[in-house]
Design a protein around this ligand. Sequence first.
Ligand code: DAH
Length: 377
Amino acid sequence: MSSSDNKPERTLADLGVTRPDQVASLFAEVRAQFDAKASEDFIEILWKEWRDQWLGRKSGFLSRITDNWLKPAAPDLKRTVGACLNDLRAHVEAKIEERRLSIERNEEEWSLARERVDLSLPGVIRPVGSHHLIRQVFQEIEDIFVSIGFSVVEGPEIETLYYNFEALNIPEFHPVRDDMDTFYLELPKGALTPLLLRTHTSPMQIRTMEKQKPPVRVIVPGKVYRRDNPDATHSFIFHQVEGLAVDADITFCDFTGTIEYFVKQFFGSGVKTRFRPSYFPFTEPSVEFDVSCPFCGGTGTAASGGTCSKCKGAAWIELFGAGMVDPAVYGFVNYDARKVSGFAFGIGIDRLAMLKYGIDDIQAFFQNDVRFLRQFP
Ligand code: DAH
């Protein structure tokens, strides 16, 4: 009902309605106005307004009609007004409820439509990544050593001079520091100790023995850093797996047997190992392990007849450094050098992975070109 049309605010007498037929047509008019609105499109909020406009207790049209038309009606009109009003109320209530239901239904339909999944649409393909080859080789090595009782530990990449050098029996001014002289951190003035990016994973030998009494059997995979100029075989960041076994009665035989087991597991049972004397400050004696070239069967000659490109005809490939732990090292970790013995090794992972998978440039590991990575799913 429009606001200008304020008939319910006036009495029947005011409106000049005195006969029952006039009453009936007045109600018909009101009803027509109601119906006109009832067929409009509603959203919930407008529906509420509409409902209150008609059914509101105080100022709703039906209350106004009761107050202004029914109550003061002349006695001969009262019946007709009462009957018409009842009809109208029943009609209004029914229609308003009907609209409420339909609004509710619509909303349900909309939300169902919104949530509907179209199974015929093409899916979103999310490419699945894979482990980097270096991580895969770490994993291979870890599996081999874990299977013979070693556990895997990791250590900090930022080290103190004490762990990286001194406790490994590399005092200041020892010439092997030259090889490793490397990345020192710029620290605020007054810092307690210089810090550097570790040059090898060996510091974890010390950290492990400080924490743990023998028996110790750990391997330490990780990144190491040296001031090397990048080329096909050098990178200032590379990877090692350190190994350490210390117990009451570990012999040189346990040492070579363990290494041989590892090398055969890694390269295949057909390979042979050999060791040559070497030098590391933290092992005594120290050795360098070689493996018979797995690519030419240790002959130095490629299948095609020429020189084997992997071992350059040498038949052997230098693998990694190792040795029996130098008794001086035990002094740094409060182990009794008379009661314990053990061995240690440090494997360069990048070189090993290059050898095994025929990669000729170490830089490929760090460039992360997906065309390279995809070859090792
Ligand atoms: N830390 C040595 C390096 O980075 C590798 C190494 C050699 C580790 C002999 C060892 C070892 O534990 O016994 O060059």
